[in-house]
Design a protein. Structure first.
Length: 58
């Protein structure tokens, strides 16, 4: 099974000790196929994530 992800992020310094962050990540993997009797099941494995945070340096 093959999987991959790509991410990027930015930080905005608002003071000497506080930074606001925004990050994005995309994840995907090969779609597995399952067969049981006459029933076929297919899955789509992928996600988009947006994360925001506050970093405090001291």
């Amino acid at each position: 099974m093959l999987a991959c992800q790509v991410g990027a992020g930015l930080g905005f310094r608002v003071s000497d000790t506080v930074t606001l962050t925004t990050m994005y990540r995309y994840f995907t993997a090969e779609d597995p196929n399952f067969s049981e009797d006459e029933t076929d099941m297919e899955l789509d494995i992928s996600s988009h994530n947006v994360m925001m945070g506050v970093k405090i340096n001291f």
